[in-house]
Design a protein around this ligand. Structure first.
Ligand code: LLP
Length: 386
């Protein structure tokens, strides 16, 4: 893969159409996850030598079989709440806690205490926590999350750096943090930064690695540099695919400049987005003022990304996969909110009728984990294709 563009691969669900139609008959809405795709993405990352350790950000999709698959592929797990930590050890009771990161934001101090108790690696991102709860942190080894002053991502709502962001310790307060840590006998063994989600600017990765290495030298005790997650995936047919080879080359160059540190990444989306589809049934087809709408039996309660970030997901009439997409529809859900739209001006067969099985693609990341029962609509069920 070095230096090569990754073309948008043929989606797995084309070959699995019959199976998906059968599953849809068993009831919709329904998420289906394709584990071979998860393994394929995992192996693309394990093939990159410059990376020393890989963690999976389970907030993207915490389905037990996805966690088991990624742990079997050598990944550790990154959690952001006590709920996620408990889930991980319930699914994988024998998992070595040293393979688990806890990277919370504004968590209650009891969650830090519980995480230390479990023996996982805890990341702290402010001085105030150390000062207010010295008994929780005294004598511990921790990672420090720094806000390098800039963020990135597919939408302003998923950018996690810079002044407007709640995440990370400001660069100007690093020395203060180091002093407070020293006073408590806290050892800073890792540095962490995460710019946001869906980061396309590859220069940013190098820059953050370089800057973290600079801080690490100043602090002295740091062994690990964690440059977060944020790898994008090509949602659109015309999206420029992320150049993983180029990304890996950049990391290798940085690694050569700063060989003293272990490089850690913690992606979520990249590993699981493409493995998942949301199956739904067309409920009604309605024309209003020249706009044709097809309704689905589920909406933003099952997949909130289009409503929340104007995110684009490919929508397919699975029933009529072989027919020409000669109609134009807005695809909407049944939720009482105007933002309950999966897609505007979507090309679908003009023959689309209520009862057709519909598929929303690339829904494996931040789909089910962000779903709700708003309007008292049921949560989707989840299936796995091994
Ligand atoms: N590490 C940290 C500290 C994070 O906050 C996140 C994501 C990740 C890793 C994984 O990022 P990824 O590789 O998945 O981009 N709901 C939004 C994305 C929110 C991401 C939150 N943090 C979406 O659907 O686009």
């Amino acid at each position: 893969i070095q230096g090569q563009l990754r073309p948008k691969p043929t989606p797995w669900w084309k070959a699995e159409r019959e199976r998906l139609l059968q599953l849809a008959e068993g009831g919709t809405p329904r998420y289906v996850y394709h584990l071979p795709t998860v393994r394929e993405r995992a192996r693309q990352l394990t093939a990159i030598d410059a990376i020393d350790r890989r963690y999976y950000a389970i907030k993207a999709n915490s389905h037990p079989q996805i966690l088991k698959t990624l742990v079997a592929e050598g990944f550790g797990l990154e959690c952001v709440s006590l709920g996620e930590l408990r889930h991980v050890f319930e699914v994988l009771p024998k998992l070595d806690p040293r393979r688990v990161l806890f990277t919370p934001s504004f968590a209650p101090h009891t969650e830090y205490a519980a995480a230390f108790e479990l023996g996982v690696t805890v990341t702290v991102d402010n001085v105030e926590a150390l000062r207010r709860w010295p008994e929780v942190f005294r004598g511990r080894s921790i990672w420090l999350r720094i806000d390098l002053g800039y963020g990135d991502g597919h939408h302003e709502k998923v950018t996690t750096g810079g002044k407007a962001s709640k995440f990370g310790l400001a660069v100007a307060r690093v020395d203060e943090f180091v002093d407070a840590a020293r006073d408590l006998g806290v050892s800073i063994v890792g540095l962490h930064a995460h710019l946001g989600s869906g980061v396309e600017t590859r220069a940013h990765w190098r820059q953050m690695y370089d800057e973290l290495a600079g801080f690490a030298r100043r602090i002295g005790s740091v062994q690990v540099l964690d440059i977060g997650g944020g790898l994008p995936i090509p949602y659109g047919q015309d999206d420029e695919p992320f150049d993983l080879g180029d990304w890996a080359e950049g990391l290798a160059e940085m690694k050569a400049v700063h060989p003293a540190f272990q490089l850690v990444v913690e992606p979520g989306r990249f590993l699981v987005a493409e493995c998942g589809v949301l199956l739904a049934s067309a409920s009604q087809v309605v024309e209003k003022d020249g706009v044709l709408r097809v309704g689905l039996d589920t909406g933003m309660n099952a997949l909130i990304r289009p409503a929340l970030y104007d995110a684009w997901h490919e929508i397919i009439n699975l029933q009529r996969l072989d027919e020409a997409t000669d109609g134009v529809f807005d695809v909407v859900g049944p939720i009482c909110e105007s933002s309950d739209v999966f897609g505007h001006r979507v090309r679908l067969p003009a023959t689309t009728v209520p009862g057709d099985a519909m598929l929303i693609a690339d829904a494996g990341a931040y789909g089910y984990t962000m779903a709700s029962t708003y309007n008292l609509r049921a949560l989707p069920v989840e299936d796995v294709i091994e």
